[in-house]
Design a protein around this ligand. Structure first.
Ligand code: F6R
Length: 250
């Protein structure tokens, strides 16, 4: 596992974008797995700049997102489709038909989960999967559980995740209570994984993920078993690790 402790959000975002840009340059037809939320917006803005300056092109890139709220249409302003269009896709030359998210409006959830798993498999799995991390250690929307769920599934969002995500909605009541999420097996099938984390609020989750036991009570801890993981965070996010396991950060 490669670890980068950055001074601030801007340098974290720059390094993450540089790694993704290098992947695109090495393999212009790559399949990239993307996340939503506050953490990756700086990375996406930087990728948009690199695309605008002609340094990279998304023309042959395919993307699959980790998750989508169940019940939100793609044009709902809080849908993850809308988020991705606004924060990344519209800033690049990517072909809309090469961008994939679960369909939040699918009536048959089981069929939608199967469709999404098949899509990822047919694409040959992701070359690079970008992840954020929840305060409770979730990745995608795989919440703490008593087992790791391998495939795409519909998850009941925990109260803490609903509260955390209510900042994007008018109130916590407006946050959907369920979401489609890529499963832990799909995430682990990525050839490489890049996790980013910002702020003191993520320090405990990051510590549990990287230094605690591998357990479904902290879904991100599974990354300890993946052969090609890079974690980039600011000093605050790494503060507990720096305090308790400083050798990990060398
Ligand atoms: C969303 C996703 C989530 C977020 C996590 C952190 O697609 O995958 O796991 O990465 O909830 O969210 P932020 O970045 O808003 O703190």
């Amino acid at each position: 596992m490669k670890i980068y402790v950055e001074n601030d959000y801007a340098s974290m975002s720059r390094r993450a974008a540089d790694i993704i840009a290098a992947e695109i340059k090495n393999n212009p037809n790559c399949v990239l797995g993307f996340a939503t939320g506050s953490t990756p917006t700086g990375t996406y803005a930087r990728l948009g700049e690199l695309c605008k300056s002609g340094e990279i092109s998304f023309k042959n890139v395919t993307t699959v997102n980790l998750d989508e709220y169940k019940g939100l249409s793609p044009d709902h302003p809080q849908s993850y489709r809308c988020f991705m269009n606004k924060n990344l896709f519209d800033l690049t030359d990517i072909l809309p038909e090469n961008t994939h998210l679960p369909n939040g409006l699918a009536e048959d959830s089981d069929a939608e989960c199967k469709r999404y798993d098949k899509l990822i498999k047919d694409l040959g799995n992701t070359d690079l999967q970008l992840l954020g991390i929840g305060h409770n250690g979730h990745i995608g929307f795989n919440e703490p559980n008593d087992r790791f769920i391998p495939g795409t599934n519909v998850i009941d969002l925990t109260e803490s995740t609903i509260q955390a995500n209510s900042r994007f909605f008018e109130s916590a009541q407006g946050v959907p209570t369920q979401a489609f999420t890529m499963g832990i097996g799909c995430i682990m099938s990525a050839k490489s994984i890049l996790m980013i984390a910002e702020g003191k609020g993520k320090a405990q989750a990051l510590y549990d993920a990287l230094c605690g036991p591998v357990a479904p009570s902290c879904p991100a801890s599974i990354l300890q078993l993946h052969p090609n993981v890079t974690v980039i965070g600011d000093k605050e996010a790494f503060s507990l690790i720096i305090e308790k396991e400083p050798k990990l950060c060398i």
